[in-house]
Design a binder for this molecule. Structure first.
Ligand code: SF4
Ligand code: ZN
Length: 302
């Protein structure tokens, strides 16, 4: 098997592209894909101040590294969500990387800074841990970016994540989520910061290969709440389809973006956006869920 670019011995085969690469050419291909996604969707340019959200996992570590190497103006943000030892270990990974590479990192600790506990919230509000966690993360992504004068928030969502999310949303016809499924979410309110996913065409396997080749430390374990999540089942089903027909995930996503998403746009436009009466961040209710969460946790402590 020869590298399609330099004809040396290939090390990785990407069936969906019908291409194999040696290690050097794989890194060239990887950076090329990221830059192409950024340009094609006008995500940002080298003048933008970019907040990269990192969890310590392979995808976000790969994103942080590739954007920094490609000369973008990036600052990373890590949120300690208080998920036991998992959170502590992931925080250590991102802090070590920032220190080794001399990169800027913002750390937010929801317990220390806001008194929030996702387990107390999930139990009191009868919501799943992931749903509470997701609301907190979305709030902080925007708030930290807005307050810090960032023009864009970048996350490490990969092709497998995007395809699994799309499948889940289609199976239950979640129109609102379908309207918002995109590698770029433009700001629809002066206080909302644009969100982008530069790795949306790269697979988990490609991100893993990237961090291994660059010897980037990452947390191998998943969040303990990820096990049993529906998205894992969707990923398994899609992997089976991809095996039989390479390129399925990419066709699924790109087809939806080109032909499907526009049919859900009016759902997104109907959402009335307000400013939270307590913190001023954008919400669809009088008071945002984050501010309500703080009250719930304060009451439980009393
Ligand atoms: Fe949060 Fe873990 Fe659920 Fe992800 S899997 S939303 S990090 S609780
Ligand atoms: Zn609020």
């Amino acid at each position: 098997m020869k590298c399609v670019r330099c004809k040396k011995k290939a090390k990785i085969l990407l069936k969906r592209h019908n291409a194999a690469f040696c290690n050097d050419c794989f890194l060239y291909y990887y950076a090329n894909q990221v830059n192409r996604n950024i340009r094609r969707h006008k995500m940002f340019d080298r003048n933008d101040k970019i907040l990269v959200v990192v969890s310590g996992g392979k995808d976000s570590m790969a994103l942080w590294d590739v954007l920094a190497k490609e000369g973008y103006n990036v600052v990373a943000m890590y949120i300690n969500l208080g998920i036991g030892e998992y959170s502590n270990r992931s925080q250590e990974v991102v802090e070590r990387f920032a220190q080794q590479k001399g990169l800027e990192l913002i750390v937010k600790d929801i317990k220390k800074e806001y008194g929030l506990d996702i387990y107390v919230l999930a139990k009191t509000l009868k919501r799943s841990t992931c749903s509470v966690c997701g609301s907190i993360k979305r709030y902080l992504f925007n708030k930290v970016a807005y307050d810090g004068g960032f023009s864009v928030v970048a996350t490490g969502h990969n092709l497998d994540d995007e395809a699994a999310t799309l499948l889940g949303n289609l199976l239950s016809w979640e129109e609102g989520y379908l309207a918002r499924q995109s590698p770029v979410l433009e700001k629809t309110h002066p206080k909302l910061v644009k969100k982008v996913k530069p790795l949306y065409t790269l697979t988990e396997r490609e991100n893993l290969y990237y961090v291994l080749l660059n010897r980037i430390e990452f947390l191998h374990e998943e969040c303990p709440h990820a096990t049993g999540a529906r998205s894992i089942l969707y990923k398994e089903v899609l992997n089976r389809l991809e095996e039989e027909s390479p390129g399925t995930k990419h066709r699924f996503i790109s087809g939806f973006l080109e032909k499907g998403r526009k049919h859900f746009q009016d759902v997104a436009e109907k959402l009335e956006l307000k400013e939270c009466k307590t913190c001023g961040q954008v919400t669809t209710t009088e008071e945002c869920s984050f501010c309500r969460f703080i009250k719930v946790c304060n009451q439980q402590e009393r």
